[in-house]
Design a binder for this molecule. Structure first.
Ligand code: MCA
Length: 524
């Protein structure tokens, strides 16, 4: 039986339900939303394809997209994939030096940005050798994009066949690791489609669903789970440019919406929003939580306040969604649920690699058509990420209950999750160590009610040098996106190390993760 890939499903929907609303983009609460029907979306994607082709995009080329939420992002992303090129979404918070790394590493051919001002675009253009054109849309992105598309008609691109190789890379998502710089996870048409099919079945997506979308589009959560999920079902996405709790509650109730997806920080802000007690979300079909552990108190408070139970699920950029609590059936607090349809999950002994019996904690490993094919131009890191028999090592620790539910129990990788964003300590330490006064540094995550964890740096200064926490934070801020920048910098005479010289992060967390008032800034 022919099972269509995502782009084919979407094109069919665009033609068969041209009048249904695909996107309602709310940029400014005081203005009416920009409504795009499925037929119009197809037309815009075709014109974007024609524009990209005219700019020389060939199959396999990387098209970097650093745009805020809106139609330009969606059209460029879908059009690049339709041309068998590779969509490369980039976080809008990246600093120019971070950006340069991604563009060079991916060897992006085109770079669309509404973040960088014209002067920075000029600097960047001279610094990269691979990017053939930087297209700046900073001034009124929507209008600038329409202007860019004006000369093109969709009919010219309609004849371009859909990508025919399901195993070709169509999307690259950068993720970091415990060592070195971020690497691009290569996702294929098959990966995206497998994940959508799993979620369609597990969450019972419907064409009359209305999704309120408040997440960034440049991550798997906002892009593949939320946006693609809704498009793949022919549903309507109400796209909010920025998450704002009051506006979100208002829209969930008044629009009304049936589906909402968030990270724990977002759900907490909803529960704690002034006037939240006046809102009931009982009409909602599905409210999910992911990207970070859902604290038990939040699970309970959300249900008490809004009359609907959060559905916690677990995934990662390399594999999309892996485990989910059931839509119907027990949503077990503290558990990430059951393997999604078509996804195999096992727990193994991290040392021996042997599968472990139920109830024992080990590494969570995943296999299925959802799992990416590896990291862009990094065969060694790709090999290290998979077991010899083809399972992806997630680096997360967990156990399986006898009835099949999985519970996460920590991480074997050095990773901080703040507000649903992954922060890799090694990346922050590399920057800290560039500061002339820094002899050594270690970055840890300290528990935080609002953000899950906060980034804290412990720094050893070179003898005879002086630097205060503000100076060091500023140094980081200039080189790292704000969410990676340490919120606190503490000083130590030395870092605790094991016999092999490895910094003992757990000792640091025990020593330093305490309320700010209990810490002097310099410890000896
Ligand atoms: C913003 N800031 C942050 C974060 N977000 N700092 C640490 N961690 C963060 N996550 C900074 C801002 O730059 C600002 O810094 C200050 O915090 C206050 O910003 P605020 O306005 O309160 O934040 P916000 O803009 O409202 O953002 C909070 C947020 C956002 C809505 C929770 O972080 C968010 O959308 N998170 C979701 C991330 C996500 O989608 N993750 C999925 C990836 P300053 O004032 O100093 O400039 S993981 C994934 O995709 C996997 C596959 C999965 O399973 O889902």
């Amino acid at each position: 039986m022919h099972r269509p890939m995502f782009l084919e499903t979407l094109r069919t929907l665009c033609l068969s339900q041209a009048e249904r609303v695909a996107i309602e983009h709310i940029e400014d609460a005081t203005e009416p939303p920009r409504v795009v029907r499925y037929g119009e979306l197809e037309e815009m994607v075709l014109r974007t394809m024609a524009m990209l082709r005219q700019k020389g995009v060939q199959p396999g080329d990387r098209v970097a997209i650093q745009l805020g939420k809106g139609l330009p992002f969606i059209c460029l992303h879908l059009a690049a994939m339709r041309l068998s090129a590779i969509s490369l979404p980039l976080n809008t918070a990246y600093t120019p030096s971070e950006l340069l790394y991604f563009l060079e590493d991916a060897e992006a051919r085109l770079f669309f940005t509404d973040v960088l001002p014209q002067s920075a675009i000029q600097d960047l253009s001279t610094q990269t050798s691979c990017v053939q054109e930087v297209i700046g849309l900073a001034e009124k992105p929507q209008r600038a994009f329409e202007h860019l598309l004006a000369p093109f008609v969709g009919a010219d691109a309609a004849a371009i066949p859909l990508p025919d190789d399901p195993d070709a890379t169509c999307l690259m998502i950068y993720t970091s690791g415990t060592t070195g710089r971020p690497k691009g996870a290569e996702l294929t048409h098959r990966n995206l489609t497998a994940n959508l099919n799993s979620l369609h079945e597990a969450w019972e997506w419907r064409s009359d669903d209305v999704l309120l979308h408040v997440l960034p589009l440049f991550h798997v959560h906002g892009l593949l789970v939320a946006l693609h999920g809704a498009l793949n079902a022919g549903a309507t996405t109400v796209l909010l440019t920025r998450f704002e709790p009051q506006q979100t509650l208002e829209l969930l109730v008044r629009r009304p919406c049936t589906v909402f997806m968030g990270v724990p920080t977002i759900h907490r802000r909803l529960v704690e929003a002034p006037g939240a007690e006046h809102y009931s979300l009982r009409h909602m079909r599905l409210v999910t939580s992911g990207s970070d552990r859902l604290p038990e108190d939040l699970f309970r408070r959300f249900e008490e306040r809004f009359g609907v139970q959060l559905l916690e699920r677990y995934g990662m950029s390399e594999a999309g969604m892996i485990l989910s609590n059931p839509l119907r059936g027990e949503r077990r607090v503290g558990s990430v649920g059951l393997p999604l349809p078509g996804v195999d999950v096992r727990i193994v002994d991290p040392e021996s690699g042997d599968p472990l019996p139920d109830g024992r904690v080990g590494e969570v490993q995943v296999r299925g058509d959802n799992v990416c094919k590896g990291y862009w131009r990094q065969p060694e890191k790709t090999a290290a990420a998979f077991t010899p028999d083809g399972w992806l090592r997630t680096g997360d620790l967990g156990l399986r209950e006898p009835d099949g539910y999985f519970t996460l129990k920590g991480r074997s990788k050095d990773l901080i999750i703040s507000g649903g964003y992954n922060v890799y300590p090694s990346e922050v330490e590399l920057v800290l160590n560039e500061h002339p006064a820094v002899e050594a540094s270690a970055v840890i995550g300290c528990p935080d009610v609002e953000w899950g964890e906060r980034v804290v740096a412990v720094v050893v200064l070179r003898t005879g040098t002086e630097a205060g926490p503000d100076e060091i934070m500023q140094f980081c801020r200039e080189r790292l996106a704000p969410y990676k920048t340490p919120r606190r910098v503490l000083f130590a005479a030395a870092l605790p190390r094991n016999a092999l010289g490895k910094v003992q992060k757990s000792a640091l967390r025990n020593a330093y993760c305490q309320p700010a008032s209990e810490h002097p800034n310099r410890l000896s």
